[in-house]
Design a protein. Structure first.
Length: 383
């Protein structure tokens, strides 16, 4: 059995446009005044056809519309894409179709149209439940608009997730706890919570380099916020199934699990990455990053850059890095089948002795204390 089948097969579609660029964002997102959505639709369909010919006969488990702000896509475009997806691959009975949305772009009619087209899960970029911090984060919506958008989503879709950012400027531990409990009270079944990270090349990165961006929490306070998040969510019946993701039982993101479990995924759209196993070779794919360049390339029949083969040793490294993010960890037998010396036996012994990892049969997982310093644990384990 080819290794990717342990993780499944998904499709990621990148919509690169936003109403504005958030100062913390290093994703491939762009602001455009005019978008020819019919032209973009044709390009997506052409790319689905191209990738579909290479992966014919597979069962597709998930579809994820990411961005950017996919909730700015015309519902007719989403509908046409999903129609083409269903005619291209064999579809899993429980196909998960996620669309990312920003609260400011949510309309009841638009959401109903997405649902009618086949979207069955919404991931909403709320980011904060505090108007002052929303403004600091460059968000265009208010808390009231976020709640209204969430109510629309909840009335339309069975599965709704939203994102929050913590360790924000001047944020205290009690403030984060109050905000977290407020989020949990909204009857969500999935929360993604990310510590604010200042990336080079972003507006926040430039501001920090100039000596601005005051009030960022210390590393110790950030660690306390992470620990509090685990404690409060666990008590609320939403434990972390992955480092940054919490869900009620059965509500986990199946698409993201494909990444973490080393499955195959096709990436379509500007800057989209993918992993495809073809004729027993695993390939890393990446599409042209700039929207205009990708659009022209897709229309010419090849919306991606030249592929690179991923050797088994690198596949093992990816599985080690991604698999340990999951609560249940990874399968050592599978890891060693990819690369017999993928893990340092001395490092494994040291991490077991320190209580950073636990080994149950062939299942290796990070312990709660190990998850706090996971990068260091992975470094110690890597051969």
């Amino acid at each position: 059995m080819e290794d990717w089948r342990n993780g499944g097969f998904g499709l990621y579609l990148h919509w690169p446009f936003c109403q504005s660029k958030c100062p913390y964002c290093d994703f491939n997102s762009h602001v455009a005044t005019r978008i020819d959505q019919s032209r973009w639709q044709a390009a997506y369909l052409a790319e689905i056809d191209r990738v579909g010919r290479e992966t014919s006969g597979r069962v597709l488990n998930t579809v994820f519309f990411g961005g950017g702000t996919p909730s700015l896509m015309d519902p007719e475009v989403v509908h046409a894409i999903l129609d083409r997806v269903r005619s291209t691959w064999n579809i899993a009975n429980d196909l998960e179709v996620t669309l990312e949305a920003n609260p400011g772009s949510v309309e009841a009619g638009r959401f109903r149209a997405y649902a009618e087209g086949g979207v069955n899960r919404i991931s909403m970029g709320v980011q904060a439940l505090n108007d002052a911090d929303l403004r600091r984060l460059g968000r265009l919506h208010s808390v009231a608009e976020a709640r209204a958008a969430f109510d629309i989503a909840r009335a339309t879709f069975d599965r709704v997730s939203f994102d929050l950012i913590y360790a924000r400027q001047d944020q205290t531990l009690p403030q984060w706890e109050a905000e977290l409990r407020e989020a949990l009270s909204m009857a969500v079944d999935h929360l993604s919570m990310y510590q604010l990270t200042i990336e080079d090349g972003t507006a926040f990165g430039d501001r920090l380099a100039r000596g601005g961006l005051k009030g960022l929490p210390s590393d110790d306070l950030g660690a306390d916020m992470y620990a509090l998040t685990q404690e409060v969510c666990e008590a609320h019946g939403m434990p972390a199934y992955e480092i940054s993701n919490h869900a009620r039982d059965g509500a986990e993101s199946r698409h993201n699990r494909i990444y973490w479990q080393g499955g195959d995924y096709a990436g379509i759209g500007p800057g989209a990455h993918g992993r495809l196993t073809l004729d027993s070779i695993r390939w890393a794919t990446v599409a042209q990053r700039m929207p205009a360049a990708w659009l022209a390339a897709a229309e010419a029949g090849r919306g991606e850059e030249p592929r690179e083969a991923v050797p088994p040793s690198e596949m093992a490294d990816e599985y080690l890095i991604m698999g340990l993010r999951l609560r249940e960890g990874l399968d050592l037998t599978r890891l060693r089948a990819l690369a017999p010396k993928a893990i340092s036996e001395r490092g494994l012994t040291d991490m077991l002795d320190l209580g950073m990892v636990a080994l149950e049969g062939e299942r290796l997982r990070a312990t709660p204390q190990g998850r706090v310093v996971l990068n260091a644990v992975i470094t110690a384990l890597a051969a």
